[in-house]
Design a binder for this molecule. Structure first.
Ligand code: BEZ
Length: 221
């Protein structure tokens, strides 16, 4: 199956999770979703990642973002492992569902198989994939990390804020390199100066460039 990419609708699979059985689209509802896979329960990097997700969960919920984990371990394993995660992260509760995919059907359908990682029985393991899905059920941004590199939750939070900022302005603004919330955005090339003056009555700044082209415009929004 070809990989899921930006703009694709996430398949509406029925999943069994630590918080019950549901269809992914029903879980999304009107929210944003972080759907993230991890190689396996009771492994060191994954324990730190899912623990940090639990710690950041409140910040994501405040932004209308729900979390949904996934690995090929079964639900009994997830429930046992959650006790380890919570004892190692200062007691932050794993309040988000984790999908159990012991038949490895979901990771194949969602293209989350890591070809380089096998468990003790030679079975494929999931990569550290993370899809940010919008309320329209479409993938807005994806991370794909190998088993040996843990993800950075500050970066996940930062890109959620970037995506939501762009959406609020109908993709007429974008966030430049190393942008952080509260900093100036840039105005999309599709916006004329005339329209920019209407969109940003507080004004915007155009950078003088050798080409004399006026495409680098900053605004505080
Ligand atoms: C880990 O989560 O620590 C891990 C999992 C699979 C391979 C390597 C590391």
């Amino acid at each position: 199956m070809p990989g899921l990419t930006i703009g694709d609708i996430i398949p509406n699979l029925e999943v069994e999770t630590t918080k019950g059985k549901f269809k992914i689209h029903d879980f999304i509802g009107e929210n944003w979703i972080l759907l993230f896979s991890h190689p396996g329960d009771f492994t060191p990097v994954c324990t730190t990642e899912l623990g940090m997700m639990a710690k950041y969960s409140k910040q994501f919920i405040e932004k209308g973002v729900k979390l949904l984990g996934l690995s090929c371990d079964d639900l009994t394993s997830h429930m046992e492992w959650i006790k380890d995660i919570e004892s190692n992260n200062g007691g932050h509760k794993v309040d988000y569902p984790i999908i159990g995919d012991s038949k490895r059907e979901i990771i194949k359908q969602l293209n989350m198989v890591d070809p380089d990682e096998k468990d003790g029985k030679g079975n494929n393991m999931p990569s550290r994939a993370l899809h940010i899905i919008g309320p329209d059920k479409k993938i807005k941004l994806s991370f794909l990390y190998p088993a040996t590199t843990g993800r950075n939750m500050d970066e996940v939070l930062r890109v959620v804020e970037s995506l939501q900022k762009a959406r609020k302005y109908n993709n007429k603004v974008a966030t430049p390199v190393n942008w952080n919330p509260g900093e100036k955005v840039v105005i999309a090339p599709s916006v004329t100066d005339e329209d920019a003056r209407k969109m940003f009555p507080q004004g915007f700044q155009t950078v003088d460039l050798p080409s004399n082209k006026k495409y680098l415009r900053y605004a505080q929004v």
